[in-house]
Design a protein. Structure first.
Length: 96
């Protein structure tokens, strides 16, 4: 994957979430500690968001930036982040 320019990361981190922009975390913080979320769980969230955006006026979504704008990344192995693998998870999740 190509590195994201600092200017783009800064914009994503500071942009307010709303109908046209959404951040998704790759971590589960529900227990008070940060744990990696399963790629399939992230993909399910991605599918729901993309579906909503597709039924509206489009939008932009980023994975690996927390709601408060902290850049946390997507710590999954590269083979779990490939476009085909994510697409497969998203297609499967959207058919549930």
């Amino acid at each position: 994957m190509n590195p994201v320019p600092v200017e783009t990361l800064t914009r994503w981190a500071s942009q307010q979430e709303g109908q046209f922009f959404e951040r998704k975390s790759a971590f589960d913080r529900s227990s008070g500690t940060w744990r990696h979320r399963k790629a399939s769980d992230i993909a399910r969230d991605v599918a729901a968001t993309l579906s909503a955006m597709a039924n509206a006026d489009g939008g932009e979504m980023v994975i690996g930036i927390e709601d408060n704008g902290d850049v946390s990344g997507a710590p999954h192995p590269a083979d779990r982040q490939g476009k085909r693998r994510w697409a497969r998870y998203i297609l499967h999740s959207s058919s549930l």
